[in-house]
Design a protein around this ligand. Structure first.
Ligand SMILES: *Cc1c(COP(=O)(O)O)cnc(C)c1O
Length: 338
């Protein structure tokens, strides 16, 4: 079976399993796990922030960020198809007691400076006031689109002019940096905090990183504890994360595979498949006259898994456990289906 449902389905490599077995560990709630400390230092450096915190999931990282950056009762400005808005159980309302206001981020999910200014609400007797701008890069729902550094900086500058902190949901931020040919630390220079996942394209079994200033991370550490995310000998799971982080240049392979998958699928009559920026391929099945659900059922019978992204939209994701041969087989399988 070729599993293209998500880049989260990878299983840890032998190198990651060996790193876990050999990891030096301690109690991380006491700050005494050397492997977690090492991962946090490397993560901070990779994204150009002062400090970083190991968290169990990307969702927890985003939720902690919202809680730290804002005050109860404020608004958060988020993209209308963003993960924090659609796929985190309304957590900004539950954990940070925020009201959410959305903008339409167009092709790559990044707002224009005008959209930031339009979405901003100034606090007064009747209005809650905006407390946070949250961006997503790459943007999952926009097919892994990478917003260029200049656009991200323009949005962040507009937010800062209004006194708003900027959090980047960078679950796949290294995919964005790879796609844009920039260093992640340059891309994220205008942001106040970022979350990225170790458990997606980087291929680790567990965990995400939340990075920002030292003061931000100090406060984030308390919120992590509040949410039950303080872990003990976490070096066992952090060690594979270090392997994934240090091998991040391999994401270029996923992008190459995704680009070829998209162009070959696009040649199949009835399918429309735009060229992806990164590792996410969106397939439009409208012209073939089959729904995404029917298409996926038939793909499964032919040995290929994908995920339903809309009535006539399927998502295929490339990752560490998919090679060029798998791309060939997947294309052949879809040809049989259509
Ligand atoms: C996967 C994902 C998350 C959440 O990460 P989990 O580790 O699954 O909680 C957040 N944002 C985006 C854009 C994602 O793709």
């Amino acid at each position: 079976m070729i599993d293209l449902r998500s880049d989260t389905v990878t299983t840890p490599s032998d190198e990651m399993r060996a790193a876990a077995a050999d990891a030096d560990v301690g109690d991380d709630v006491y700050g005494e796990d050397p492997t977690v400390n090492d991962l946090e230092a490397r993560a901070a450096e990779a994204v150009g922030m002062e400090a970083a915190l190991y968290v169990p999931t990307g969702t927890m990282g985003n939720q902690i960020a919202a809680r730290v950056h804002t005050e109860r009762g404020q608004e958060a400005l988020v993209e209308r198809e963003s993960h924090v808005y659609k796929w985190e159980l309304g957590g900004f309302a539950q954990h940070a007691e925020l009201q959410v206001r959305t903008f339409d981020g167009g092709e790559n999910g990044c707002p224009t400076p005008e959209q930031v200014r339009e979405g901003y609400v100034e606090e007064d007797l009747h209005r809650p006031g905006t407390g946070l701008l949250c961006l997503e890069n790459t943007h999952n729902a926009k097919g892994g689109a990478a917003a260029p550094a200049g656009e991200l900086a323009a949005a962040a500058d507009a937010a800062h002019d209004l006194g708003l902190p900027v959090h980047v949901d960078g679950a796949r931020v290294f995919n964005a940096a790879t796609a844009l040919g920039v260093d992640a630390s340059d891309l994220l220079a205008p942001a106040d905090s970022v979350m990225f996942c170790l458990s997606k394209g980087l291929g680790a079994p567990v965990g995400s990183m939340l990075a920002g200033s030292e003061e931000f991370v100090e406060r984030a550490t308390r919120v992590r504890k509040l949410l039950g995310g303080g872990m003990r000998q976490a070096g066992i799971i952090a060690a594979p994360g270090i392997v994934g982080l240090e091998n991040r240049e391999r994401l270029a392979n996923d992008h190459e595979n995704a680009t070829r998958l998209a162009s070959e699928l696009d040649e199949i009559e009835g399918l429309s498949v735009p060229e992806p920026d990164s590792n996410i391929v969106l397939v439009d099945t409208t012209e073939a006259g089959v729904t995404a659900a029917e298409f996926l059922d038939d793909c499964e019978d032919e040995g290929v898994l994908g995920s339903e992204f809309g009535d006539y939209t399927v998502r295929f994701c490339t990752h560490l456990d998919v090679d060029a041969g798998d791309v060939n087989e997947a294309v052949a399988a879809v040809e049989r289906v259509v």
